[in-house]
Ligand binder design. Structure first.
Ligand code: TRP
Length: 338
């Protein structure tokens, strides 16, 4: 009996530059696991970046490079996954256009992610057609590859749900071409930035995968611990400490228990505890940084990965688009007119 074809996974990230620990533990380590079992498509959503960064497009190219360097450094493997850049596959724009014909505007206006972002980025003029249509482009990304599963964090769930609705509407209006993708919800660990706010590049409070050991030490030293423990002799509480969740990323349960007990008994001080943390993080990142140095020295290898991925992705995209044109435009064939 023929083996069942492997399920397809697709996910993307907007290029924002170097990746931080939140990106790693909130997405990438999941991508890595998935590539062992499924047929994975991972791509750089550079057109999506343009929806908010249209005033500074000159920065996006450098961000793409840094992000793909990080992807390869953590172990995304072009032999297992198709790694590509959205704007290299113009078919995404065509599918987005077709979907735009029948996507009701109220679906887009109701989208909670849209409303949140408008509030979070008040300094940008986002009263644009492109920004409103963000989820339609995302639906094109997902359905182009007929993904079965889309690993994303909870903020992206409304977009995948809208993708399902767009697929259903297309299938109903024209021909059933598109499967409805499932959300594979990625659990995002509660990591804050070193100042206690959400870890985000715009707050300048991130720990990057590429931070060298001395920078790591300095950043960890700045992390706010239990503010109700002014002196080492006072008992502490890991649940109030912003550094403790980072220990969870590195240490087995029994070590976490030991640290918790020692903190509460005031036998382990914050300075020492954070030194351990910086060492553990540095050790975890060492192999990643070593691979990064290799790719930094060999930009041609990175380019080769993207060229291979773009070719593979494009083949699939062209196939899907010929089905779509058949379904919608009845394969308009100018030969018939001659
Ligand atoms: N909107 C996603 C984000 O901000 C990025 C993205 C674009 C995406 N297209 C996608 C994610 C398709 C999953 C599938 O994180």
């Amino acid at each position: 009996m023929a083996a069942e074809p492997r399920k397809r996974i697709l996910s993307g990230m907007r290029p924002t530059g170097k990746l931080h620990l939140g990106n790693y533990y909130g997405a990438l380590d999941n991508w890595l696991r998935l590539q062992e079992e499924y047929q994975c498509f991972y791509f750089v959503a550079d057109w999506h970046a343009l929806t908010t960064e249209y005033e500074t497009p000159q920065d996006i190219g450098g961000y793409i490079k840094e992000m793909v360097l990080d992807w390869l450094s953590v172990g995304l493997d072009p032999d297992k996954s198709t790694i590509f850049v959205q704007s290299a596959i113009p078919e995404h724009a065509e599918l987005y256009l077709i979907f735009g014909m029948f996507t009701p505007v109220p679906w887009l206006e109701r989208n909670p992610t849209y409303k949140d972002q408008l509030q979070e980025l008040p300094h940008k003029d986002l009263a644009t057609y492109g920004f409103l249509g963000y989820p339609v482009l995302q639906a094109a990304d997902i359905l182009m590859y007929k993904a079965d599963g889309v690993p994303v964090g909870v903020d992206q769930v409304p977009h995948v749900e809208m993708t399902r609705e767009i697929a259903r509407r297309f299938n109903h209006l024209y021909r059933p071409i598109f499967p409805e993708p499932e959300v594979l919800l990625t659990e995002i660990p509660k990591l804050t930035g070193i100042d206690g706010r959400k870890m985000s590049k715009s707050y300048n409070n991130c720990i990057y995968l590429s931070d060298p050991p001395e920078v790591m030490q300095q950043k960890v030293r700045q992390m706010v611990t239990d503010t109700q423990r002014p002196f080492k002799k006072d008992p502490g509480e890991p649940d109030r400490c912003l550094a403790f969740p980072f220990h969870r990323l590195n240490l087995p349960e029994e070590r976490l228990q030991e640290i918790t007990t020692a903190c509460r008994a005031a036998s382990l001080g914050c300075v020492e505890c954070k030194k351990m943390l910086a060492l553990a993080l540095t050790a975890n990142l060492a192999p990643i940084q070593e691979r990064r140095r290799f790719y930094e020295k060999h930009p041609e290898a990175v380019l080769e990965v993207l060229e291979l991925g773009n070719r593979r992705a494009r083949r699939q995209a062209q196939h899907t688009m010929s089905e779509v044109r058949d379904a919608v435009l009845f394969n308009l064939d100018f030969q018939l007119w001659s």
